[in-house]
Ligand binder design. Structure first.
Ligand code: KG4
Ligand code: ZN
Length: 377
């Protein structure tokens, strides 16, 4: 721990954590300084947050190809670490790091192992303890961070509990009841495809690039009156929207898109008007279900906060429409979304989750193992 005296003379401590995430197709390393005075955290400061994206590589396959992703992580990890240290102005010789935090799951097994093994090598070299991190918890805790370049270094809003968290990414769609940091219960989840997966797969049907979420959002945003008649002819289901539980299902939506697409003459289904109308309808169908179940859970669990996380939360329409709905239906609840740069996979959220899980730090490296199906409960 680095100690220094603040202007108001009481001792300020800095805990430096290096976060590492290779759960899917991004190689992510970040350095976060946690500044505290006594037991009071003053700020979480992201010194660097490097994400090396493999999007171009996986685009050829229309999705993530695990063995290829693993090989890329292996190649990228040392380069990304160097970059993260340089950007954070941290020297290799005297990095002053207190902990390494690494995602152990959920995620793609070969990819997780690559990050874990690399973390162990660095930990041995620097003689540091490792904190195992759950990727889903990290997505939730991203809400406690402010991105590099923000005026304030700490979120000034105090987050109130209980909270209902909606985590939507390429691999997960979960509603989680959070009683406090570290105490979670999954109250609903997808029974088949994740919402992000649905964006990715339907984008592929329409001939749009991977990742499908941003591609569909961009096409939907270009929707104009010329597509309106077509949109009226597209009827997609809102799967499980009225079911009594908090579960989701998105595979039927994907099939409905495929049927509609195949039923159209080739010229029509390749037209901009059709792609934009369909993109708008796919995005709205996913948003409708996510919003309905989140509001229902928030009301039933008397949530004081609604917390969002995961790549799909970068979707502007989802952010806007959920915000409006909360304002209208449960105006006393707090609504939290990470900055869009912190929604998709990054390691700053992993470093922060490491901070909150620092009791799990260990130098018994053998104990750290990948758990591809790790659950937050
Ligand atoms: O959290 P994330 O970066 O990685 C996983 O843990 O899976 O999420 C990636 C997912 C992809 O399915 C991608 O299509 C989706 O997030 N995504 C979006 C947007 N940006 C990324 N979905 C909808 N709208 C977006 N703007
Ligand atoms: Zn993720």
């Amino acid at each position: 721990m680095i100690n220094y005296t603040d202007f108001n003379t009481s001792l300020m401590q800095i805990m430096r954590i290096v976060g590492i995430d290779t759960s899917c197709d991004d190689t992510c390393i970040s350095i976060v300084d946690v500044k505290s005075q006594g037991s009071n955290v003053k700020s979480f400061e992201i010194l660097s947050n490097v994400v090396s994206s493999q999007i171009k590589l996986h685009r050829r396959y229309g999705g993530v190809y695990p063995s290829l992703a693993k090989r890329e992580h292996q190649k990228n990890l040392p380069i990304v670490l160097k970059k993260a240290l340089k950007k954070g102005k941290v020297t290799q010789k005297n990095p002053r790091v207190n902990f390494l935090a690494v995602t152990i799951g959920p995620g793609l097994d070969p990819c997780l192992w690559q990050g874990i093994n690399f973390t162990k090598e660095v930990a041995k070299r620097w003689n540091l303890p490792i904190i195992p991190v759950n990727h889903i918890e990290a997505h939730i805790l991203a809400n406690w961070l402010v991105p590099i370049g923000s005026k304030s270094k700490i979120k000034n809003k105090k987050i109130e509990f209980p909270a209902v968290c909606l985590v939507v990414s390429g691999g997960h769609t979960q509603l989680i009841l959070m009683r406090k940091i570290g105490q979670y219960k999954i109250i609903g989840e997808t029974r088949d495809d994740a919402a992000g997966e649905c964006f990715d797969k339907t984008a592929r049907i329409l001939g749009l690039p991977y990742p499908g979420g941003p591609a569909i959002a961009a096409e939907a945003a270009k929707f104009s009156v010329f597509s309106r008649i077509l949109r009226d002819s597209i009827k997609l289901p809102r799967p499980m929207i009225n079911s009594k539980d908090y579960d989701f299902s998105f595979s039927g939506l994907k099939t409905a898109v495929l049927y509609d697409f195949k039923s159209r003459p080739k010229k029509e289904r390749r037209s901009r008007a059709y792609i934009r109308a369909m993109a708008k309808e796919i995005q709205q169908a996913i948003i409708d279900v996510l919003i309905k179940k989140t509001i229902k859970a928030a009301k039933n669990y008397k949530a004081k906060s609604i917390i969002l996380g995961g790549g799909v939360v970068a979707n502007k329409e989802l952010r806007k429409q959920l915000k409006e709905k909360i304002k209208k239906e449960i105006p006393n609840s707090q609504f939290l979304i990470p900055d869009s740069r912190l929604c998709t996979d990054n390691a700053a959220m992993v470093a922060l989750a490491g901070y909150f899980n620092r009791k799990k730090a260990t130098k018994n490296y053998q104990k750290i193992k990948a758990l591809a199906n790790l659950r937050i409960n």
